[in-house]
Design a protein around this ligand. Sequence first.
Ligand code: XIL
Length: 758
Amino acid sequence: MLRRINWLAVLLLALPLTVITEAQTLRDAATARGLRIGAAVNMNPFRNESIYTQTLGREFNILVAENAMKFDAMHPAQNTYNFTDADALVAYAEANNMAVRGHTLVWHSQIPGWLTGGNFTRDQVIAIMRDHIMTVVGRYRGRIAAWDVVNEAVSDNNGQLRTDSFWHQRIGPEYIAMAFQFAHEADPDAKLYYNDYSAEGSGAKSDAVFNLVSGLVNQGVTINGVGWQMHQINPFRIQQAHRTNAQRLASLGLEVSITEMDVRISLPTTAQELSEQALAYRDVVEFCLSQPNVKTLVTWGFTDKYSWIPGFFSGFGDALIFDMNYQPKPAYSAMLSALGGGPPLPAPTGLAATAGNAQIQLIWNPVAGATGYNVKRATTSGGPYTTIATVSTTSYTDTTVTNGTTYFYVVSAFNSAGESANSGQVSATPPAANFALSANPASLTIIRGTSGTSAITITRSGGFSSSVALSAGGLPSGVTATFNPATTTGTSSTLTLAASTTAATGMTSLTITGVGGGLTRTTTLILTVNPAPDFTLSANPSSLTVNQGASAASTLSITRVGGFAGSVAFSASGLPSGVTATFNPPSTTGTSSTVTFTASSAAPLGSANVTISATGGGLTRTATIALTVSGGGGTGGVTITPAINANSPWYNEEVIRLNNTGNITALSVTIVIQRTTGVGLNGQYNTVGGQILQSNTVTPATITYQFTLAPGQTLGMGTNRTFAAQTNGAGTIHPTSGDTYTVTYTTGGVSFTQTGHF
Ligand code: XIL
């Protein structure tokens, strides 16, 4: 309990001793600053919309009749005055403790037809004018603080008086001085104004107004001030010319009042335009506060719901400080805070920092009512902050930064009422000086004996401007690297890699190194050195035996190197006679083919080296196959034909006929005949002669007939050599299909056996 009370005491002590209450209306804020702030009043909503009069009384301490005190409204017939509306306005003002400006006594516009069409003499017109002024001003004597006695008497064109004015035409230029004299007579305490538009700053019309009023002053005419209507087009800002003009009028002893301000916007209106419009209103408030002779600011209406602008300036609107729904616009808030009222300025939002080389750019959102911003920086997060700039814009570029250092920023807004809290903190780090290397292409393939290039790019950042020396490491033997240029302060170099004809082939990873400004950076380049396009040919098997009357195959392999991609065609040479070679496929862009050797049955036996050629891409490569023609499975050029010459119950002869194309160096012909019942040997013979030995063997079941080439004998080429086996008897015909023969012979050094039956 005790503890809690102590804390409460500490808290109470920590509270500020004075609480400052900010004015929450334009009226309160302006009154506090000694300013008259007012608006022109439209009678229709004045009489019919309570929110209109509520707003009017709450926000303004002076009012003016937009139309109700003009000549035609107050003086509809020569002897008739209508004070209803003017009386109501003055009564309202007094009830609400507001001042009144009177607008306007003598103007070329909004004058009644009875006057302009009345054919009055000069003296009569002067008398009418005097009567009007005496009656109207006199009625409100002491109650209307200031009168626009003469309105818009100066021409837009030539800086002269407006000569087409009714008053000028019917009285002459003296009408102006007369009007002021009558008004002064009617209310000696009222401030008397000359009021005009487009005469606020510099220019011929401003000069003409100045000359007019200085003439009146010199004549001793009672004139107290000049009204600047201030009908402006967005965007509008107060210029030095306005201050200069206000000061030269002050030098005549004259006040200036802003009497009819509005800032019309080309429709449709954007948020940006509303912000600009706020600056116009804020400027005029600040102008009034800073000029000792400008203490009244009246806007021509106050809600966009009732403004003369849309009806008089096609396509324009939104010229006032409350919107159509009586909601305060940015212009209202800007005026209020320029008057030192309203809530304290909020801290800026949306602060963002972007680091560049040796600079950090800051942007933030505008704060309504702010006149400027303090940009504060720290090198540790959270401060302490130092104000490094005071700006009126919502961006700032800090160029007093060191690359690689982190900076912390906050921004505050201020106006004449004070400074806001700081915005949220942002930080940024301008990049440290650095560079990076890259190679394009990053992988390169070159053929021995040629060269290739890669573009080396040096990407500089953080203001890195040193010269960079380039080198290449990891080069395979026989490859050289040159950089053009080898050192540069620029951003590129060309690397040429050249491979000798004997350079090591294969893929290598090169390291490209750049050295500069104390930094070393690398990039990798993959280099592939290829041999020249070529191929080799091999055969598997490379030694092959093909039997007569048969085939044998070998697989041919193409080994391609150096990117050789051509089609290769195959052929064979050195084939033994009777042997053919076929290739499948006969040409290929692939890597293999099959060669098949086929030997005819009569192909001479023996061995030969066959050359296989592969041709493609202008290159011919060969492989050798040792080919042996063998008899296995063939006949050696010998044809054996069994025949039956006779077949009857009493006589049978079965023969072997032999044709040979080569020499036979050994021969054995064996015929075995079955013995069926009653069948016996009859005889045997041959057609060769004495070179053949013949014999037979008889068993109960068979008779074997034997013919043999005598040792050392050779049978040359011959046809139809016959070897016959004969039987006889009275038995049955034996089935010859059971009779067999075996012929064994040697030709070409190879032995063959042919068997069969009859
Ligand atoms: C305008 C009113 O706002 C309109 O309602 C009326 O129809 C015409 O006059 N300069 C002046 C003002 O001195 O009296 C004018 O008022 C606007 C221009």
